[in-house]
Design a protein around this ligand. Structure first.
Ligand code: GLY
Ligand code: MN
Ligand code: MN
Length: 446
C-alpha cells in the first residue's frame, strides 16, 4: 500500500487533532485493526481495515494498534505494527514497518508487534480514562484485560490502571457522524460510481439473464470506475426474490415480467454509497408495478424533503410511513383509518424496515440515533440513506392478486446541509419514465 499523499497526511492529522479536542483529560485511546479472517487453509477473506483505524491514520495493514494519549499538554499518536520482514513480504505483500509508521504515517512513535504489551501498558498506565471498544473482538478484550491486570498487579509502586472505561461511541463515532468536506467529496465519488453502475445495469438487463450476470455488470462497473471493493454484499433480486429483504443468492434467471431490485454500493477511498433501484426487466412497468413504484417514489421524495437540520431521524421515517400507508389503503393493500393503521404499526405487513440509517465509511455507519432517549435531530454534515419500499409476499392471500410477488425499494444517499438536502446519488435515474426511456434507448442501440 503506498503511503498517504501529503494532503491526506494532513487530513488524518486534523482528524486526530479534532478527536484530541473531544477526549477527556488524562486519557488513552486504544483502537485495534480487525483480525484477518481465515477462509480455508492458507486463504484469507479479503482484508479491509477497521474504519476507526483508517479514519485516523490511513493505515491499511492488519495486526495494528492505534494508541492516542492525552495527558496534560501531551498529545501522542503511536502505532503498533507488523515489523518489516523480507520473507513474509515476498509472500503476503509490503509492510510499512516501524520505520514507515513514523516516516509515512507520522506516528510520534512506533512499536513492532513483539512490543505490543509494553506499548499498551505504557499508554494506558497512569491515565484516568481508557477509550476502548470492549466487546467488539474477544481476543482484543482479553489482551486489554491482561494489561489492566498487569497494571493492578504492580501495586503501589507501579503505574495505576484507569478508573473509567469509555466506548469510542461518545467521541470518535460522533466525530465520524459529522462528515468533513473531504469526506463529503469521497462520498460523492462513491455515489457517482454507484449511480453509473446502476444505470448500466438498467441498460444491460434482458429477460433470460441471471441475476448473477447483472451483478457482474454492476460490480464490474464499480471496479472499472475505480472502486476498490463493494460497500456491502450486492442484492440483485428479480421477481418475488425482491420481497426478501436480504436476498443474496443472486442466482435466479430473470423473467420477462419481473421487476429487478438491485441494492448495491461501491466503496471509494473507504467511503461507501448505498443505492437501491427497481426496474422492469422488460423495459416497461406493468400497471400494477407502476402503481407500487409511484407510491414508493412519492414516499421517498417526502422523506428526502425532511432531511434538514432540526428534523429528527424518526420524522424522516414517519414521512414515508404516512405516504405509504395512505397509498396502501388507496390500492387495497390495507383497509381502515390511516392514523390507526400507522399507530398500530399495521403498515409493517408491507413495509417492515426503517427508512434511514447513517452512511459513511460503514454502510450502517456509526453515530447515535437517539440522544437522551429522544430521536436525534439531523445536523449539517450528516449523511443518511432514504430507502422506503413495499414488499408483497407471493403467497399473501390478503393482498390484491396483481401486487403479489412484487418488491420495490428506492434508496438514495442524502447529505444534510444548512439548506436543502443534497442528494449525492441524484445522478442515478429513478423517475419511472426516465428509466423506461433509458432502457428503450439501450435496446435500440444494441
Ligand atoms: N444495503 C444495506 C441497506 O440498505 O441498509
Ligand atoms: Mn441502506
Ligand atoms: Mn441498500
Amino acid at each position: 500500500m503506498p503511503a498517504p499523499s501529503a494532503a491526506m497526511t494532513e487530513v488524518y492529522a486534523a482528524r486526530r487533532a479534532a478527536l484530541f479536542e473531544r477526549l477527556p483529560e488524562s486519557c488513552a485511546v486504544v483502537l485495534a485493526s480487525v483480525p484477518e479472517a481465515r477462509r480455508n487453509n492458507d486463504v484469507s477473506h479479503e482484508y479491509r481495515q477497521h474504519s476507526d483505524v483508517h479514519y485516523l491514520t490511513g493505515f491499511t495493514e492488519p495486526e495494528t494498534l492505534v494508541l492516542l494519549v492525552k495527558d496534560g499538554e501531551t498529545r501522542r499518536f503511536e502505532l503498533v505494527v507488523r515489523p518489516r520482514d523480507p520473507e513474509r513480504e515476498t509472500w503476503d505483500g509490503r509492510r510499512a514497518g516501524v520505520e514507515g509508521a513514523t516516516r509515512d504515517y507520522k506516528a510520534d512513535a512506533a512499536h513492532a508487534t513483539a512490543d505490543r504489551r509494553k506499548a499498551l501498558v505504557e499508554a494506558i498506565g497512569n491515565k484516568r480514562v481508557l477509550v476502548f471498544a470492549l466487546g467488539e473482538d474477544e481476543a482484543m478484550d482479553r489482551e486489554i484485560i491482561g494489561v489492566l491486570n498487569d497494571l493492578r498487579a504492580r501495586g503501589r509502586r507501579g503505574p495505576t490502571p484507569p478508573a473509567e472505561l469509555h466506548h469510542p461511541a461518545a467521541t470518535l463515532h460522533e466525530l465520524r457522524l459529522f462528515k468533513r468536506p473531504e469526506e463529503a467529496e469521497a462520498m460523492q465519488r462513491a455515489a457517482d460510481v454507484s449511480a453509473e453502475a446502476h444505470a448500466r445495469a438498467m441498460k444491460a438487463v434482458r429477460p433470460g439473464m441471471t441475476e448473477r450476470q447483472l451483478q457482474g455488470v454492476i460490480e464490474g462497473t464499480f471496479r472499472t470506475l475505480g472502486s476498490e471493493r463493494n460497500g456491502y454484499q450486492s442484492i440483485v433480486a428479480s421477481g418475488a426474490n425482491a420481497t426478501i429483504l436480504h436476498y443474496h443468492e443472486n442466482d435466479a434467471v430473470i423473467g420477462e415480467q419481473d421487476l429487478v431490485l438491485i441494492d448495491a454500493g461501491a466503496e471509494v477511498d473507504y467511503y461507501t454509497a448505498d443505492i437501491t433501484r427497481t426496474f422492469p426487466a422488460s423495459g416497461r412497468f406493468t400497471p400494477a408495478q407502476r402503481e407500487l413504484y409511484d407510491l414508493v417514489l412519492k414516499a421517498q421524495l417526502a422523506s428526502i424533503e425532511q432531511c434538514r437540520p432540526g428534523v429528527t431521524h424518526e420524522q424522516v421515517h414517519d414521512a414515508s410511513v404516512r405516504v405509504l400507508t395512505e397509498g396502501m389503503v388507496r390500492l387495497g393493500l390495507l383497509s381502515g383509518d390511516v392514523d390507526a393503521l400507522v399507530k398500530d404499526g399495521k403498515f409493517k405487513r408491507y413495509y417492515m424496515h426503517g427508512t434511514a440509517h447513517w452512511l459513511g465509511m460503514d454502510v450502517h455507519d456509526v453515530g447515535a440515533y437517539r440522544v437522551a432517549g429522544e430521536s436525534r435531530p439531523l445536523e449539517p454534515g450528516f449523511v443518511l440513506t432514504v430507502e422506503p419500499g413495499l414488499y408483497v409476499a407471493e403467497d399473501d392471500q390478503e393482498a390484491p392478486e396483481r401486487f403479489r410477488g412484487l418488491g420495490v425499494r428506492i434508496e438514495d444517499d442524502v447529505l444534510v446541509t444548512e439548506g436543502a438536502p443534497r442528494v449525492l446519488t441524484a445522478a442515478c435515474p429513478k423517475d419511472p419514465e426516465e428509466i423506461e426511456a433509458l432502457m428503450a434507448q439501450a435496446r435500440q442501440e444494441s
